[in-house]
Design a protein around this ligand. Structure first.
Ligand code: DQA
Length: 144
């Protein structure tokens, strides 16, 4: 199983960025965590981060034909990007949405998730562990 993990804007600043909300683990620690999980689960993983909406759309398109699943934390683009939602629908690769925080308990403007409308499942509020749950979900989902 080959998966692509996409992290959107400002997630490269994890650890520095509002640690009281997002925690103290930095982006490199997140990537190591995801890679360790995938190694244990025998999943081939590629991690990608971008602060640019169009670059994320391009990366989703490039996954066509060579990835079996996508784990995506679109960060702020979650709540604004019809382009990312459309790209996920266009490639039709099963995608799982992840948020470090519980966005349902946060500001009104975070209550809509366009990306989530193109995803088979969502994990939120679990910190790094949400990415592990997403990988395990995709394993089960792709087996069925
Ligand atoms: C986030 C939640 C988003 O609302 C926010 O814009 C982010 C991170 C999360 O992981 O909790 O950048 O996706």
């Amino acid at each position: 199983m080959r998966i692509l993990v996409i992290n959107g804007p400002n997630l490269n600043l994890l650890g520095v960025r509002e640690p009281e909300i997002y925690g103290t683990g930095d982006y490199n620690a997140l990537i190591k965590y995801i890679e360790d999980v995938c190694r244990e689960e025998n999943v081939e993983v590629e991690c990608y981060q971008s602060n640019h909406e169009g670059d994320i759309v391009d990366r989703i398109q490039q996954a066509l034909g060579n990835k079996d699943g996508i784990v995506i934390n679109p960060a702020a683009y979650t709540h604004t990007s019809i382009a990312i939602m459309d790209a996920l629908k266009a490639v039709a690769i099963p995608a799982v949405e992840v948020h470090l925080t519980n966005v349902e308990k946060r500001e009104d403007f975070r209550q809509i998730s366009y990306a989530g409308m193109a995803c088979v499942h969502t994990y939120m509020g679990l910190g790094f562990e949400g990415y592990k749950e997403a990988v395990l979900f995709l394993k089960r989902y792709l087996k069925d």
